[in-house]
Design a binder for this molecule. Structure first.
Ligand code: BG6
Length: 512
């Protein structure tokens, strides 16, 4: 099927990871995520020969459009957003199995029409197919969709058999602990946990998955991976972009909900968890939940464990950009944070006394996501800074994006007749070793859900554990309004209060 050279990452994959016959139903089919990520993901999976031979795509949305129009929109989406150029032949294969059902999210009759469409596909094929419902709508309609799928008999289809109904739920998964619990209850009233795939697209990133491989496929890290050798861990998820056209959404969300509670906490969990007993979804997710539960409650007071700020006007890439309050759709006195920094203390044998610092922000100096493990310094018996040596703490950093890779800072002798030292960086770059056309996170996630591998998805208890940690902070911030909200210049590395969080422990943020 592949008519383009196959990426080395994918060689051999289809042989081992075949998905059963599947119909993917996308709710929110005319939305932005569908065009930018989901349709291109399906296209690229097809080009790579990873879709099952019997594959169908059904768009579902409120907009009344004909099948042909949906196919045209989908094709445009591939042209604009796919990592590969559109090949007419490859597209024709997807187009032939793509259709659309128009309906309200709260309209039972529309779900009957959807059930009929699926039944027709099965009849023509002469066999049952599994259904994968992808809920990519605003969160306000998650519950009606779930309930209507249940009422139409679509959720429990073939339950207990290998090929059953599955559901992928997009973010945001709740906006605090109570809403996450409520959403989990709605889901569980209709689907069993093993049918549910809660998305966090960070888990689909190659480098995030590589973290597990680096930690557990190499013997040299594990003996050092603890409080005896590690001084602190710094996680940065910085973006150059501002809120753009998403002001309405962002005002209700803010950085803590949008980036930290979900994406950054996944990085924390994978860095800090104990080695799982097996490379299996439940074993890995059990360890993630365990370590999240060991995190101490946060002190949201000034001088405590958190900092928050909003970007003011500044420069990005040499061009002036407005401050958050001047962006479209933002309230003039908005208290929404566009930057948050957190100090986490993990109270277990491995990590007690090792601070985990996490920061994220929009309109920061550079788009970069990294996990930096700062090791304790060598005893200065032979070489010490006080003796005039240029030394740094060893730092292992996982560059999640861009320029994906891994680097280690080591102290080295400068060649010459005198003994002088200098820290140097040893680097591995994905693009240099493997080429740069890496599959996108959504390709991996859609494929895994079709196959039934939940490793890279969030389990219900995991989502609730993270919300439990952050809900008191969100409540304290909501009560304080703009009091205690710092600001930073767009294009900088964030506010003074973010730096102060580390300074209290005599540390500084690493310049990624
Ligand atoms: C999304 C957030 O989940 O992640 C966005 O809603 C953010 O605000 C995006 O820009 C960042 O994702 P990535 O993959 O570009 O790091």
């Amino acid at each position: 099927m592949a008519d383009l050279p196959r990426h080395p990452f994918l060689q051999g994959l289809s042989k081992h990871r075949g998905a059963p016959p599947t119909v993917v139903v996308i709710f929110g089919a005319s939305g932005d995520l569908t065009a930018r990520k989901l349709i291109p993901a399906v296209y690229n999976l097809s080009v790579d020969g990873l879709l099952p031979a019997d594959f169908f795509l059904v768009g579902y949305g409120r907009k009344v459009i004909a099948d042909e129009e949906f196919r045209t929109l989908a094709k445009e989406a591939v042209k604009e957003f796919s990592r590969r150029e559109l090949s007419e032949a490859a597209w024709a294969r997807i187009a032939a199995c793509t259709s659309y059902v128009a309906g309200g999210y709260d309209e039972p009759a529309a779900y009957t029409r959807l059930a009929q469409r699926i039944a027709e596909l099965e009849k023509n094929l002469g066999r049952e197919v599994q259904t994968l419902f992808y809920i990519s709508t605003p969160p306000s309609v998650f519950a009606p969709i779930l309930q209507n799928l249940g009422a139409a008999g679509l959720a429990g289809k073939y339950l207990g058999q290998a090929h059953h109904a599955k559901v992928i739920i997009e973010k945001p998964f709740g906006h605090d602990l109570a809403s996450a619990v409520e959403l989990n209850n709605t889901i569980r009233s209709v689907f069993a946990e093993h049918q549910v795939y809660r998305i966090d697209h960070y888990l689909g990133k190659e480098t995030v998955q590589d973290l597990l491989v680096q930690r557990f496929a190499n013997a040299i890290f594990e003996p050092l991976w603890n409080r005896n050798f590690i001084a602190s861990v710094q996680i940065t998820v910085a973006e150059e972009v501002g809120v753009g056209t998403r002001g309405g959404y962002y005002e209700q969300s803010g950085c803590l909900r949008d980036m930290i509670q979900n994406h950054a906490m996944q990085l924390v969990a994978l860095t800090a968890m104990e080695p799982p007993g097996s490379y299996d979804a439940e074993a890995i997710r059990d360890e993630k939940v365990k370590v999240l539960k060991a995190i101490q409650p946060l002190n949201p007071a000034a001088g405590g464990d958190v900092a928050r700020a909003q970007y003011a006007a500044g420069m990005i890439g040499g061009k002036p950009v407005p401050g958050y309050l001047e962006e479209a759709g933002i309230a003039p006195e908005s208290g929404t944070e566009t930057y948050a920094a957190i100090r986490l203390a993990i109270n277990n044998w491995r990590w007690q006394g090792v601070p985990f610092y996490v920061r994220s922000g929009k309109r920061m100096a550079r788009r970069v996501s990294e996990i930096a493990i700062n090791f304790k310094r060598a005893p200065g018996t032979l070489f010490a800074e006080s003796g005039g040596f240029n030394l740094a703490a060893n730092t292992l950093s996982f560059q999640i994006q861009p320029d994906e890779g891994l680097s280690l800072i080591l102290n080295t002798k400068i060649p010459g007749l005198e003994t002088r030292t200098q820290p140097v960086k040893m680097s591995f770059r994905y693009a240099t070793t493997f080429g740069s056309n890496t599959p996108e996170a959504y390709e991996r996630l859609v494929l895994d859900a079709m196959i039934g591998d939940g490793t890279l998805f969030i389990r219900g208890d995991e989502a609730e554990t993270s919300w439990k940690l952050y809900t008191p902070v969100l409540e304290a911030w909501a009560a304080a309004g703009r009091d205690g909200l710092d600001s930073y210049v767009a294009g900088s590395w964030g506010p003074a209060t973010g730096d102060a969080l580390l300074a209290r422990n005599g540390q500084v943020w690493r310049q990624p």
